[in-house]
Design a protein around this ligand. Structure first.
Ligand code: ADP
Ligand code: MG
Length: 274
């Protein structure tokens, strides 16, 4: 059934660092795979934290997202399977930091990822034999650079993790301006899939207040699932495992499962409305 629907590309993005982008990409990706979706994570951050957190050590990263974006390597050459069935990742490495210079005069420099994913979706010149994905999740770097633009130009929608702390809304207005700019210039169809509150601490009054403010501003764009601050979630990457594999029962893993179900049901409703 799912073979008939097109791949949905979601950019996990927020220009603020440390808000839970990588954690969300890893664990939402794992949760989507756990409920039967075929998922590809694209690690677009030169820090390569998503790659490490999914158990792809640096020395094994032969073909990276850099090769896809700069050299036009096929997505299928770069994607590696993870220990999670149904979840693959295109790893990143520090060599990406020079990408702005390398692509300074390149053709369609902001569309390199979009073009690569489009070729993959068509199954290549021979057709068939390629892994089809239901979801591609792009883990964006915490800045507005060419990598982020490539992610937003390639995406159908943005998924925004928001840390429940005082400056959350401030960073958000900057992100909304970026999304508007991308819609005007690179990708008019770009939508916001939703906003997810992360690192929620129910013992901290500020956390609740920020959550209320965000819901007042963005209404039902905010997912019902709220990701709690959870030590199991922060420990998991040092074992090269998603939280859902490290400790499926912990509150963080369960929240990411709930988020995955919401993401899928939003997509289902969107398709029905279309
Ligand atoms: P970003 O990719 O936006 O920079 P990360 O996902 O790397 O953010 O998260 C920043 C830090 O917060 C990391 O150390 C991560 O382990 C931790 N963290 C993220 N989400 C949670 C959570 N739900 N509970 C506890 N720690 C978290
Ligand atoms: Mg990150």
């Amino acid at each position: 059934m799912s073979a008939e629907r097109p791949t949905r590309v979601l950019a996990v993005s927020n220009q603020k660092g440390g808000v839970g982008k990588t954690t969300t990409a890893i664990n939402l990706g794992t949760a989507l795979a756990a409920i039967g979706e075929r998922v590809l994570i694209v690690d677009m951050d030169p820090q390569g934290n998503a790659s490490t957190g999914l158990g792809v050590p640096r020395e094994t990263r032969r073909v990276t997202i850099y090769d896809v974006i700069v050299d036009g390597r096929a997505v299928d050459d770069a994607a590696v399977a993870t220990a999670v069935p149904g979840l693959s990742i295109i790893p990143a490495d520090a060599d990406m930091s020079g990408i702005e210079i390398e692509l300074a005069n390149a053709d369609r420099r902001s569309y390199r990822l979009r073009d690569a994913l489009a070729k993959q979706g068509q199954g290549g010149p021979q057709g068939g034999g390629h892994t089809r994905y239901d979801y591609v999740l792009i883990d964006c770097p915490p800045s507005l650079n060419l990598l982020t633009l490539n992610a937003m130009a390639a995406a159908d929608a943005v998924l925004v993790p928001l840390q429940c702390e005082f400056f959350a809304l401030e960073g958000l207005s900057q992100l909304m301006r970026t999304i508007d700019m991308v819609k005007r210039s690179l990708n008019p169809a770009l939508e916001i899939q939703g906003l997810v509150l992360t690192m929620f601490d129910r013992r901290n009054a500020l956390s609740g207040q920020v959550a209320n403010d965000v819901r007042a501003h963005f209404g039902d764009k905010v997912y019902e699932a709220v990701i709690p601050r959870n030590v199991r979630v922060s420990e998991a990457p040092s074992f090269g495992k998603p939280a859902l594999i490290y400790d499926l029962k912990c509150a963080g893993s369960q929240a990411y499962l709930k988020l995955a179900r919401e993401v899928v049901s939003r997509e289902r409703r969107r398709r029905q409305a279309a």
